[in-house]
Design a protein around this ligand. Structure first.
Ligand code: NAP
Ligand code: F7E
Length: 352
């Protein structure tokens, strides 16, 4: 009989790629989605998955809906990917972020503990846990010193996953994933903001690109490879915690430089900075050491920085080309609000 997987957050970047991956592996795939006034299924449509999966309404803040999702799907494996995943927004909504990312994960652990202890759980942990970094590169043993409400919420989830594994013998594992990007990345994250911005500038739809901290350094990988790691972690003979990373680090400035140069432009002519996009506290440098998962499980990423930028630039260029020719296809960019106007209103409100 086909294995069954429940993916919370199936409408997000990783959720969509993971659903695609698990379907190819022969899984029956269930995914949770949030009721909203307008459906947000563009990624699932983009990968042509909408008719191949079963959607179950659930919210990480609502225990009853999560219980129902698990009862309906009777999963062998749960991938907990649902989260308020934008670090910047966690400074505006710290309590909601804690509720969804921290308490939400704990709700799932409780459901598994009470309902069916042999369900395997993957928890989407993050390199943001390292915060003010204590050593480079970062490993599973590096001390966490979170720098945002997002990271503290994820720290709660990380430790409860470990605690439920040790206290109740659950098969519950954390993937400590460093940043991973793709053409399906949300537009508020800096990589996609840059590649979409470059494509719009090339199409004369935008004159400049306004960013925040250009010096921040990240270990950026390619999302489809990272969802494979999630699955491999749950197929391992024992539950554990694993870092997934490329081992390379690059600054936001380098990402912009590379992206603009692929479009034969000089980033210095277009990139501006504004403190509106600076965080109250940032994470300066991330570089992961993924030797443990390579040695114990055999996962290793192939796509490195330059290829990743190329993939994302190519996708956004092609989309704006198609759009300008009047083609319709599932895509987020045309309806994305002007970030600056949204943020400026926000600042004004606080000063009043
Ligand atoms: P994403 O694109 O932002 O997707 C987040 C998903 O969570 C969406 O499906 C979203 O639904 C859902 N969600 C948000 N709030 C929810 C709630 N209250 N109840 C139920 N679902 C909710 O994030 P991603 O990049 O795919 O990341 C997947 C997971 O990995 C997240 O937990 C993230 O924190 C973590 N992570 C990401 C990275 C990375 O670099 N991408 C690295 C490490 C860890 P809507 O579509 O309705 O908004
Ligand atoms: O920021 C700087 C910003 O928002 C990266 C999430 O998936 O990965 C992601 O979190 C860096 C930061 O990603 C802009 O200050 C400069 O230093 O793309 P980001 P993130 O904060 O690293 C981790 C692993 C997760 O777990 C999260 O869920 O870029 N930066 N200028 C900017 N960032 C944004 N968003 N926008 C700017 O204009």
């Amino acid at each position: 009989m086909a294995k069954k997987a429940l993916i919370t957050g199936i409408t997000g970047q990783d959720g969509a790629y993971l659903a695609d991956f698990l379907l190819r592996k022969g899984y029956k795939v269930y995914g949770t989605y949030r009721r909203s006034s307008t459906p947000n299924f563009w990624r699932l449509q983009y990968l042509n998955l909408l008719n191949k999966i079963t959607l179950v309404p659930a919210d990480m803040a609502d225990m009853a809906s999560l219980l129902e999702a698990v009862t309906i799907s009777e999963p062998d494996e749960i991938y907990n990917l649902a989260a308020q995943s934008y670090v910047g927004a966690s400074f505006d909504q710290p309590l909601l972020t804690t509720e969804i990312d921290g308490s939400g994960a704990t709700r799932l652990l409780e459901i598994i503990r009470h309902l069916k202890k042999d369900i395997k759980l993957y928890q989407a942990s993050t390199s943001e846990l390292y915060g003010t970094i204590q050593e480079t590169p970062q490993t599973e043993k590096t001390q966490f010193k979170p720098n945002s409400p997002y990271a503290t919420a994820k720290l709660l989830a990380f430790h409860n996953t470990r605690i439920y594994r040790e206290a109740y013998n659950l098969f519950a594992s954390n993937g400590i994933l460093f940043n991973h990007e793709s053409p399906l990345r949300g537009l508020e994250f800096v990589t996609r903001k840059i590649t979409n911005g470059v494509a719009r500038i090339k199409h004369n739809l935008q004159k400049e690109l306004v960013l925040g901290n250009l010096e921040a350094k990240r270990d950026w990988g390619f999302a489809p490879e990272y969802v494979e790691a999630m699955w491999m972690i749950l197929q391992h003979d024992k539950p554990d915690d694993f870092v997934c990373a490329t081992g390379e680090t690059h600054s936001v400035k380098e990402f912009a430089e590379e992206a603009f140069s692929l479009a034969n432009l000089n980033y210095k002519d277009f990139v501006k900075t504004d403190k509106l996009f600076m965080r109250p506290k940032d994470v300066d440098l991330l570089r992961g050491d993924a030797r443990k998962i390579k040695e114990q499980i055999g996962w290793e990423p192939k796509v490195k920085f330059k290829e990743l930028v190329k993939i994302m630039i190519k996708a956004d260029m092609e989309r704006w080309d198609k759009f300008s020719k009047g083609e319709l296809f599932p895509w987020d960019a045309p309806n994305y609000p002007n970030e600056i106007s949204v943020l400026k209103r926000h600042i004004k409100k606080i000063r009043l």
